[in-house]
Every structure is written in C-alpha cells, then in structure tokens.
Ligand binder design. Structure first.
Ligand code: HEM
Length: 354
C-alpha cells in the first residue's frame, strides 16, 4: 500500500515508471498460492483469457525460460515483497541462456497443472494442445545478443506441436498476468501479440489482441493526449536488463479478481458508512522488460487487493486518496466507476481522514 501514489492534480494519468533496479521482477508473497488456484479456476471456466497471434511462440518461449529462471533463483527465505522492494540493490543481469524448467525441490507449480485451453489466434481462434511437452530451449536462436523479433502477421506458424502456447505455460507458474508486445507488422510501434490475463480490471484481451498500445488504451481518458507519445517513445528505447516498474490503483465494487466487465451500479447503493466494507482498493504492480534474445517486450501485471477499510490504518494514503478522488474531472469519474462509487468512496475517505 505504501507504493500507491495517487495523483492529486492533473494529469491523472502518468508514466510513474521507475527502474526495477534490484527489486523483484515477479513478486512472491503469501497470496500467491490462492492467486494460482484462482487462475486455474478462471482458465478452466473462461476460454478467452489467453490469446496469441501466430509468430509469438519464440518470444513467449523466451519469456517462459525467464519465468523458470526467476523461480529457480528465488532465495528460499526471501524477505517479504515489501521489504525487498524498499531495499533495492543493483539489478542483476538477465540470464544469458535458457534456464532450468522448475524450481528444484520446491512445491512451485509445474506445467503438469496445465489443462487444455483455447488460444485465440488473431481473428481465427485455433486450439493448441495442452500436453506439456514444449522444449523452449530448442526453439531459441543462439544467444547472440538481442535479435529482433519478427513482425507478427502471415508467415510460417512456429507453433509448438503438442504443447501449451508458452505464454500460457508461463502465466500458470506465477501470480502475474503476462502480456507480450511485439513489433507491428508495418514497423514503427508495438502491438499486443500474446497475453494471459486472468485478473483483468474491466477489460478483455480478446478485444485488444493485435492492437497498438494507443488503441489498447483507447477507453482511458487523457491517455492519448498525455501518455501515448511518451509510452511509445519509452518502449522504442527500452533495452534488455533495464526493466521498469509502475503501480496503478483503482476501486472495485466486487472482490472478484477476474473482473472483465464494469459492474452495474451497486444495488442497494453504498452508504458512506458502508464503503470501507463494500469497496475494494485494487492495485496492479506492473513491470516492463525487454527480452534479450528475441527483443520482444514483456508487460507483467500483479494484482493486489484489500478492502477499502484497510486504508484506515494508513492515514497518509487515506488523505492523498481523498484529495485525488475529489480532484477527478467528470470523464475520470466516469471511467473509474461513476458517481455511485465515487460518492461513497470520497465520503468514507474524508470521514476517516477527519
Ligand atoms: C509505461 C507504460 C504504460 C502506462 C503509463 C500505462 C498507463 C495506463 C493507464 C493510466 C491506464 C488507466 C488505468 C490506470 O489508471 O491504470 C491504463 C489502462 C490499461 N493499460 Fe496501460 N499503461 C502502460 C502500459 C501498458 C501495456 C504495455 C499494456 C499492454 C497490454 C497496457 C494495457 C492496459 C489496459 C488493457 C488498460 C485498460 C484499458 C481499458 O480500460 O480498456 N498498458 N494504462
């Protein structure tokens, strides 16, 4: 919670990126087993949370290697994520070679947890078999520095016979949702090439696959004016080994981690005194890294959520949240759940802050 930094004046959408440095790329924590179990439930119930364009198997296999490496090299008695984040050390280099497949001797989930899922491939969904036999190591070109990932589009299908798409396999191992950005076919810019997002905050990967980032963010007020250019320039300059982290926050009326749709206004309406119990403060710790071999960009989303009532013990955050919510212009209010959420939220934050 200490990492949430509400913008209390315009612009209300900001880059907010910081160097990962020695901070963890993927977050461990006591909530990981429950989130992995929820992912398995979501994957079994919703076929449309994993999507991929043809030609994304190579960078996704590199991502899978990196996830295995992260799990295998995680200190066994790592301090709690909060402390790890504060005690940042210089960032270690990314692994030069494909890494071990599983965390040796640990209870980390393996790909045997995998069940069959449907992978959307552009406009024509095609099934990819689920047996865990992919061998990402053999899919890689020799590690000779960042090789440009081929643009997506028509071409030979590099699919992995008999295996999960590697982004699906990777996302089953960690609490993070995973997105892969690849160069657009026409060059100049990045498109969403593959994604496994089990915990969406009011959006669907099927509606974003293949889109450039500006279009991915089309519903976000002020993004086009304030951020589109800066984000594209930032991504264009990204180098392997220099990842960044940012954190957002939002308020949900339901506790579900799988939340693709904006829910109807709460019924009955939330009284200000109830907001602490009926609203959830939701935050995503997001990271962006560039893959050293294929050059694709990985966007990770780690969702963390508490009842709004938990903010009562963080008076500084409570005050800043109250200022931010009070300052939202109407289009931000509309994007962030409307007046039926903002009203009780602001009243609760203010009363608790008194
Ligand atoms: C530095 C990079 C980025 C910045 C500054 C940024 C910023 C934002 C902001 C401000 C929002 C509105 C919600 C919020 O307050 O968080 C948003 C939403 C979103 N972002 Fe990003 N973003 C970045 C990268 C990405 C990437 C790489 C993806 C790839 C999939 C992505 C996908 C989304 C989606 C799907 C939404 C929800 C859009 C909707 O409401 O339909 N973002 N982003």
């Amino acid at each position: 919670m200490d990492e949430i930094e509400p913008a209390t004046s315009p612009p209300f959408v900001r880059m907010g990126t910081r160097a990962l440095g020695g901070r963890a790329w993927l977050l461990d924590g006591p909530d990981v087993p429950a989130q992995l179990a929820e992912k398995r439930r979501v994957l079994a119930a919703h076929h449309d949370v994993v999507v991929a364009l043809d030609g994304t198997e190579l960078p996704a296999a590199e991502l899978l290697d990196l996830v295995h490496h992260d799990l295998a090299t995680r200190p066994p008695d790592a301090p709690p994520p909060d402390r790890r984040d504060r005690d940042a050390q210089p960032q270690p280099p990314l692994p030069p070679e494909p890494a071990p497949r599983t965390r040796a001797g640990s209870a980390a989930p393996t790909r045997s947890d995998a069940t069959e899922v449907r992978v959307e491939r552009g406009p024509n969904p095609a099934r990819v078999d689920a047996s865990p036999r992919a061998a990402p190591g053999r899919l890689h070109p020799p590690a000779a520095g960042p090789a440009p990932v081929p643009p997506v589009g028509p071409g030979p299908n590099e699919s992995i016979a008999g295996g999960l798409h590697p982004i699906d396999a990777a996302a089953r191992l960690v609490a993070e949702d995973l997105c892969l950005l690849v160069p657009s076919n026409g060059g100049g810019g990045w498109v969403l090439g593959a994604a496994s997002v089990c915990f969406p905050s009011h959006w669907r990967v099927t509606e974003k696959l293949g889109l450039p980032l500006a279009a991915v963010h089309a519903p976000v007020p002020d993004y086009a004016a304030e951020l589109a250019h800066r984000v594209d320039r930032f991504l264009g300059r990204m180098r392997a080994g220099r990842g960044v982290v940012r954190r957002n926050w939002t308020v949900h009326t339901e506790p579900d981690l799988y939340a693709p749709d904006l829910p109807a206004p709460p019924d009955p309406p939330i009284a200000p005194g109830e907001a602490g119990q009926r609203l959830w403060l939701r935050s995503e710790r997001q990271t962006l890294i560039r893959l050293p071999r294929t050059g694709a960009i990985v966007f990770t989303i780690r969702t963390q959520q508490v009842r709004l009532a938990a903010v009562a013990t963080h008076p500084d955050l409570r005050t800043r949240l109250a200022r931010a919510v009070a300052a939202w212009p109407p289009h931000q209010v509309a994007y962030r759940g409307g007046e039926s959420t903002r009203g009780p939220l602001l009243a609760w934050l203010r009363s608790a802050a008194d």
